[in-house]
Design a protein around this ligand. Sequence first.
Ligand code: HEC
Length: 142
Amino acid sequence: MSDETTDEPNDVSPDASDTAGKASRSNRGALVLLTLLVVGGGVWFLRGPSLEQIMKDNFKGAHSVTNRVLDGEGTDADYRQLLQAYTRMSTLTPPKGDAASWKEKTDALVAAAQLLVDGKKDEGVAALETAADCKACHKVHR
Ligand code: HEC
């Protein structure tokens, strides 16, 4: 791609105009892409992560934050992260299942994380064991 012409706004010779036209069309494409990224990023930032992202960041895998906490290896930072993630989950709408069931399940997660944040580790882990039942929730809501 010859970008030289676009770096010289004073170059209005007829020979350069064709190339300049092509360059500005591709610049426009780049601008649209950039705008989408900025707007998309802004929306993501304002709205917070999606359910999918929360699952990936907090549940998925043996070493996920949720599983680490369930194994009794959670830190205070983990507890706060879970409280935030579960609270956000409760504001989102799952792909399937009714709202009352979703509220019940996510409220249980939030309550468990709140116990952990409040320093009630044993109670919190026990509550989380029930609340973070992957299959029970996926069967109804995923
Ligand atoms: C309270 C409900 C709930 C619980 C508990 C839950 N999940 Fe999920 N999970 C969901 C929903 C709803 C989706 C579908 C999200 C979507 O597609 O928008 C999902 C999707 C996923 C995904 C797919 C994400 C992707 O990459 O698209 C993974 C992986 C996952 N969950 C792992 C887990 C694991 C592991 C556990 C247990 C430790 C767990 N989840 C517990 C509700 C839950």
